[in-house]
Design a binder for this molecule. Structure first.
Ligand SMILES: Cc1cc2nc3c(=O)[nH]c(=O)nc-3n(C[C@H](O)[C@H](O)[C@H](O)COP(=O)(O)OP(=O)(O)OC[C@H]3O[C@@H](n4cnc5c(N)ncnc54)[C@H](O)[C@@H]3O)c2cc1C
Length: 439
């Protein structure tokens, strides 16, 4: 077993950090990445500026590895996803060299010769990891331990308010995007009508981008449909957020709503998506309200983990969040509207399957509050546990910033605004809503 590599699934920020920690401890990582290059998921949202500053986006063991190559850490400013890759993640991947395999899609994880049912000697039996390359060739690798850092980017939540794709959502997928619009490529939205669905940080980003496009391109209109009514917490923690740029996302979104380009529709729960005679999207809510016909629909309703390739290993996940059970209570937005969550380490992430860990964005399941900082602390602790350094694994080396959102950021409100959250009652607020699109 000790001669086998530790397989890390995904060469995103967290998988690369895990590999750096493993290498530092003299263990052999093998990172399997489905994309052609490092951080393939971040690359897809490379135009988005992060709300975390550089020091919050860099892992300590990775810095130690990189500094040995003459690299210097960026210290100030807020990179875009593309800059995160260019200045940190790509050099880190280069430093890890052949410890990363690209075009390697993990399709299954199990124990050699044992399906999920078999108890005998699992802990001393290698993992088998099934991989498919870009040409469709299958391969089976053996591993001593598996760290799943595969993120959630490729499994976005649907528009449908009941968590299933809305009727017609699959059929009209060509009209739907799960990307924050890019104001430097305004074509899909300029002079057109867009429906935006969702209300988290990405939706805040999207409404700001769309409003900027609207300011520069007459005739651009936006309908923003959110599930909740407007309350004190709708636009995040604002100036109370300990991450100022995260707070600013919500402040800018509120300003966008007050502009003339946006029609905010509250209490809207998407039920179906059809098209009109011109091929434009008609989004219908529960109760039958139909939004004005749209040239495109931007759906930013969060993410969920892909558990399909973990069917033959033993997991203990929270039934609500699909996150490791021990951390779910810390991060459940139904309970933890009050912002900060505790850092989570190996003990919280451990599964009934020995030496298997879910880390990074994936470890938060459906919870929306994951930060790269949390993940770096997770991989430090998990790698220490795999290395047998239980003292280091148990240590917590991070205090997470508070979101400043307190007073009911639960995931569901009754139409009158009651419900959700754990703290003070939700305050109501009237916003002046700009003139919206017609027809
Ligand atoms: C638009 C946006 C903005 C964000 N802004 C911030 C921010 O400001 N601050 C912050 O802290 N966090 C931010 N986040 C959260 C951010 O996603 C994480 O910090 C970080 O990208 C998560 O890293 P990860 O490695 O866990 O997952 P990912 O970045 O998703 O990386 C997972 C990798 O695994 C690969 N993969 C997936 N499935 C497989 C498979 N089956 N086989 C092989 N490879 C696979 C993917 O291709 C990908 O490269 C943001 C997220 C988004 C979407």
């Amino acid at each position: 077993m000790n001669d086998l590599p530790i397989v890390v699934i995904g060469a995103g920020p967290q998988g690369l950090a895990a590999a750096a920690h493993l290498r530092e401890r003299g263990l052999t990582p093998l990172v399997l990445e489905q994309g052609h290059a490092p951080a393939a998921a971040v690359a897809e949202w490379g135009h988005v500026r992060l709300f975390s500053a550089w020091p919050e986006l860099i892992d300590a063991a990775s810095v130690r590895l990189l500094e040995a190559t003459g690299w210097t850490a960026p210290t100030t400013g807020y990179p875009t996803g593309a800059q995160w890759i260019e200045r940190y993640l790509a050099p880190l991947a280069a430093a890890l060299g052949d410890r990363i395999r690209y075009d390697a899609l993990v399709t299954g994880v199990s124990r050699q010769g044992r399906d999920r049912l078999v108890d005998a000697d699992r802990a001393n039996t290698p993992f088998t990891v099934h991989v498919v390359d870009a040409a469709g060739r299958e391969e089976r690798l053996l591993a001593r331990a598996v760290i799943d850092a595969s993120g959630t980017w490729r499994t976005p939540n649907p528009a449908g308010a009941d968590g299933l794709p809305a009727l017609g959502e699959r059929a009209h997928a060509a009209l739907i995007s799960h990307q924050v619009p890019d104001r430097t490529h305004p074509d899909p939205y300029a002079g057109k009508h867009t429906v935006l669905i969702g209300a988290g940080d990405s939706a805040f980003n999207a409404i700001s981008e769309l409003t900027r496009i609207a300011s520069a391109h007459p005739g651009t209109t936006i309908t923003w449909a959110i599930r909740r009514v407007v309350s004190e917490t709708t636009f995040g923690g604002g100036a109370d957020d300990q991450l100022p740029e995260r707070g600013a996302l919500g402040i800018r979104a509120r300003q966008a709503v007050e502009s003339a380009h946006v029609d905010l529709v509250t209490g809207f729960r998407t039920a179906r998506i059809d098209t009109d005679a011109d091929g434009r999207a008609l989004v219908t809510g529960e109760g039958g309200r139909v939004l004005p016909a749209a040239d495109s629909v931007v759906v930013l309703t969060g993410f969920r983990p892909d558990l399909s390739f973990l069917g033959e290993v033993r997991l203990d996940l929270d039934p609500t969040l699909e996150a490791p059970r021990n951390i779910a209570a810390e991060i459940d937005p139904n309970i933890h509207s009050c912002g900060s969550v505790q850092a989570t380490g190996a003990a919280d992430l451990a599964q009934p399957e020995p030496d298997l860990y879910l880390v990074g964005m994936k470890s938060y399941g459906r919870a929306p509050t994951f930060l790269a900082l949390t993940g770096y602390e997770q991989v430090r602790s998990v790698v220490a546990a795999i290395a047998g350094d239980h003292e280091a694994a148990a240590r917590v080396e991070l205090v997470l910033p508070d979101t400043g959102v307190c007073g009911g950021a639960g995931v569901y409100d009754e139409p009158d605004g009651v419900g959700g959250g754990c703290c003070a009652p939700v305050g109501q607020e009237v916003l002046s809503i700009g003139a919206g699109p017609r027809g």
